[in-house]
Design a binder for this molecule. Structure first.
Ligand code: PMP
Ligand code: GLU
Length: 396
């Protein structure tokens, strides 16, 4: 038989989803494992949003919708972008997709051809790298060091640009580092993008989850010179605890949203009609629940970071947003724990799951092989139990 597609055959499965599947299977098998793997809020979707889903089914809102999404949902996204980020978009510039992941896929399809280069700051969410490759484009990695607060500098960005560079994917707040770029830092990066004529794929899905009283700045809010080259990626999964509903969106200049919409019309057609009705209530309805969840995440972060930094052998920076902590393993590298020599994060995460019964995400596939990511989208009890197990695991 002939070979399968070369591009498809070399795509690696999502580490985050694989670990989550493994964790859920272990739990189903009755194993007492604690999960800090997938970035998925442990809260339930708020009741008023669920009601909109039930109502959609009862009202037979179960048919195809326009590819870019129903108007009330696109209007609700415009309202959120205006109220939360000061951004002016009209519904024609909003493209709904089956999750932010799918919006990202549509955005990259609209921008890149095979052979184009896309800059990705590391540590990065594993999907960016694979998705760029899935398009036959080339991921170009620049490393944001822990000592630099996991943030890239404008000099690093400028140095990575070649005549083939088409875009940068900028995730702010970041998965996996939790770091948040300030307005000034964003302006300096945006200046390079304008000067070098780069598109900006701004994944801002965690924008509601920032801590310590910080205000989030969307890169598109810096001015028309930036907005005209930016595709914002956003969605309801993280802020409204709606990961399974699969609704995300892109906001972009008209000519880009049109191309994206054409593209998506041949892939999923449109997101699920029922989920769209629920998402319209999430984005357009009362927002108090988001703040409640944000506060809970902030308390968990404070507790996790404080305790983790008191454990010998590991350390972490205090993240400013999202719900992830990057645990630095450098002191453990080369050591043998429970008979396993720890060469990198993969070794550590495997051993920790097997002998410590805690699921974390090794950041090898995230361009940070000396780090393990903990998602604190889980209860305080789990956080304490997970850290107790870490102490025990490292002490034995
Ligand atoms: N962007 C980032 C940075 C993420 O962490 C995720 C997590 N799933 C997504 C996009 C995609 O979210 P979803 O497809 O669930 O909307
Ligand atoms: N984005 C989340 C994570 O990083 C969910 C899993 C995924 O879609 O990759 O864990």
């Amino acid at each position: 038989m002939k070979e399968l597609s070369q591009i498809a055959s070399t795509v690696r499965a999502s580490t985050t989803l694989a670990i989550d599947a493994m964790f859920k299977q272990m739990k189903a098998d009755g194993i007492d494992v604690i999960g800090f793997g997938a970035g998925e809020p442990d809260f339930h979707t708020p009741d008023n949003i669920k009601e909109a889903g039930y109502a959609a089914i009862r009202d037979n809102f179960t048919c195809y919708t326009p590819t870019a999404g129903i108007l009330e949902l696109r209007k609700a996204a415009c309202i959120r972008l205006k109220e939360d980020c000061g951004l002016d978009y009209v519904p024609a510039q909003i493209v709904m997709a089956s999750g932010a992941k799918h919006a990202l896929y549509g955005a990259l399809h609209a921008l890149v051809d095979p052979g184009d280069e896309v800059i990705i700051p590391a540590p990065f969410w594993v999907t960016y790298f694979e998705m760029v490759r899935m398009l036959g484009a080339v991921p170009v990695i620049i490393t944001a060091e822990e000592s630099a607060g996991f943030k890239i500098t404008p000099e690093q960005l400028a140095a990575a640009v070649t005549p083939k560079t088409k875009a940068i994917i900028l995730n702010n707040p970041s998965n996996p580092t939790g770091m948040v770029y300030s307005r000034e830092e964003l302006r300096a990066l945006a200046d390079v993008c304008v000067e070098k004529d780069l598109y900006i794929v701004a994944d801002e899905i965690y924008y509601r989850l920032v801590y310590d009283g910080q205000t989030f700045t969307s890169i598109a809010a810096l001015g028309e010179d930036v907005k005209e080259r930016t595709i914002i990626i956003n969605g309801v999964s993280k802020s409204y605890a709606m990961t399974g509903w699969r609704v995300g969106y892109a906001a972009a200049p008209d000519h880009i949203s049109k191309v994206m919409s054409n593209y998506l019309s041949h892939s999923t057609g449109a997101p699920c009609s029922i989920a769209q009705k629920a998402a319209a209530v999430a984005l357009g309805g009362p927002q108090e629940k988001v703040e409640e969840m944000r506060k809970a995440f902030e308390q968990r972060r404070n507790h996790l970071v404080e305790r983790m930094n008191a454990i010998p052998g590991v350390s972490c920076l205090k993240p400013e947003g999202a719900f992830y902590v990057m645990m630095n393993l450098k002191e453990l590298l080369g050591k043998t724990i429970h008979g396993v020599t720890i060469h990198d994060a993969d070794d550590f995460a495997d051993a920790f799951l097997k002998y410590g019964l805690v699921a974390t995400v090794p950041c090898t596939g995230f361009g940070a092989p000396d780090f393990v990511r903990w998602s604190y989208a889980t209860s305080m009890e789990n956080i304490d139990a997970g850290l107790d197990r870490l102490e025990k695991f490292l002490a034995e």
